[in-house]
Design a protein around this ligand. Structure first.
Ligand code: EPZ
Length: 425
């Protein structure tokens, strides 16, 4: 079992460049199925979720080749329309092929994603939206089976679900007629997917706003596209820099994609300098307490919630974090409590009383972002912190240990990779 060992107390300074956004790259890979031909996607992070998505695409008959940080995906002929349970169970994002298979083959059979550490992760909005578009859906034996060419429709989402918006967007690109998606998710990754699809020949308006309009076309063609920078990876390193003093410069992303995160970092006492594709953070004189609530974009991202809990656990005062997106995303609190953090969960609120210092301890990654946040906590803890179950971290952070070491952190990866695949987001 591999682990990450952190010796706390080292200042972090220097610069780090983030990779392409995991939560965009996975969807662009799924969307490449819409075009018969060879699509190239650049700036793809070398993380295990990408490898898993490549397995899903290969199972459908596409040929995926990685060359450094670029993928070529030959989707000329697809031999299957099924995303099997064993792959969907490992990575929920596999359900993103539902929309692109309906868009390309007019049929799909995708395993129902199970729940996970952070919540039930339902797909009812994906299903209802496809039914609104006239796609016949059957659910049985743990699978969603979809059949038929979508027709234009006016779909209203109960909640601005990222995954539902993406699946419906992909299916609508080759529907007969015009589709509108109301109460659509506005995350930057939606904008990147819409740009990718438009380059393929789709006719999309309003991506990034709450209403997206798609005029169906008969066929899409392959493209060459670079993934946007990973705003959550960037936010993670910015929090690390704030916790350890800095100055730390994080580049390779669009700072406007994490405005709320930067606002909350400044409220916590960080000094920020923003460039076109970078932010430099420093924080001297103690972390100030901050209240925050996670919300769909442009609200505070739920994927930065655990990292901020680590930051605020050593603030000079009390903070409240409210989690409004997932029903069970405070698993991290139990683990950081082992390091001396004072966090009390009341429903979907976490009440955090800042402590002068955390103490290093053995802890387990509860999920992707919680694992990364435990390493951040270790950076400021007294003594050594050993983080296990780090396969969660490897799903979304390329070179996490190396990038932190390049900033001066005393962080090492140890143990052998048991290679046991785990269920994940
Ligand atoms: C995406 O998940 C991201 N994953 C998540 O990042 C991110 O936290 C989330 O969006 C919110 O920003 C990927 O892009 C691969 P949702 P997704 O559909 O699409 C409920 C990470 O750490 N819901 O916006 O699954 C759902 O249960 C991961 O990188 C329904 O009830 O998020 C959740 O409570 C974690 N029915 C809420 O909506 C549905 O049909 C938000 O889910 C769909 C969703």
């Amino acid at each position: 079992m591999q682990s990450i060992v952190v010796m706390g107390g080292r200042p972090l300074t220097g610069s780090v460049r983030v990779g392409g956004a995991k939560n965009s790259a996975l969807k662009l890979m799924a969307a490449s199925l819409l075009a018969a031909g060879v699509t190239t996607i650049r700036n793809v992070p070398d993380i295990s979720d990408v490898a898993l998505m490549a397995e899903v695409l290969a199972g459908l008959g596409a040929v995926v080749v990685r060359t450094d940080h670029a993928l070529t995906i030959d989707a000329t002929t697809l031999s299957s329309h099924e995303a099997p349970y064993e792959l969907v169970a490992k990575m929920r994002a596999s359900t993103s092929v539902l929309g692109s298979l309906v868009g390309r083959l007019r049929r799909a059979k995708v395993a129902m994603p199970g729940g996970c550490a952070i919540g039930s992760r339902k797909v009812d909005m994906h299903i209802r939206g496809l039914q609104d578009m006239g796609v016949r859906i059957e659910i049985g034996h743990g699978y969603i089976s979809a059949e038929g060419r979508p027709h234009g429709a006016n779909v209203i989402l109960d909640f601005p679900s990222v995954g539902a918006t993406e699946n419906l967007l992909m299916a609508a690109t080759t529907a007969s007629g015009v589709t509108t998606i109301e109460n659509a998710a506005r995350e930057p990754e939606i904008g990147d997917l819409a740009a990718f699809l438009s380059e393929m020949g789709a006719r999309i308006d309003g991506a990034g706003s709450t209403t997206i309009t798609i005029e169906g076309v008969d066929e899409l063609h392959p493209v060459d596209h670079a993934v946007i920078g990973d705003r959550i990876e960037a936010g993670t390193y910015l929090v690390a820099g704030a916790m350890c003093g800095g100055p730390v410069t994080v580049s390779g992303f669009d700072p406007s994609h994490i405005e709320m995160v930067l606002t909350k970092l400044a409220a916590a006492g960080a000094h920020l300098e923003t460039g076109p594709d970078s932010v430099t953070v420093s924080l001297t004189g103690g972390v100030r307490p901050v209240d925050l609530a996670t919300l769909p974009y442009p609200g505070f991202p739920t994927d930065m919630q655990a990292q901020f809990m680590a930051l605020l656990s050593v603030a000079d005062g009390n903070s409240v974090i409210t989690e409004n997106v997932f029903e069970n995303r405070f698993m991290f609190a139990d683990e950081i409590a082992r390091m001396g953090a004072d966090v009390r969960i009341e429903g979907h609120h976490a009440l955090i009383r800042g402590v002068p210092q955390l103490s290093g301890a053995p802890v387990r990654s509860p999920d992707l972002r919680g694992g990364a946040a435990l390493v951040l906590a270790g950076l400021v803890a007294d003594g050594s912190t050993v983080v296990t179950d780090i396969h969660h971290i490897d799903r979304g952070y390329e070179g996490f240990v190396e990038r932190l070491r390049s900033l001066g952190a005393d962080v090492t990866r140890s143990g052998c990779d048991d290679g046991i695949p785990q269920e994940g987001d």
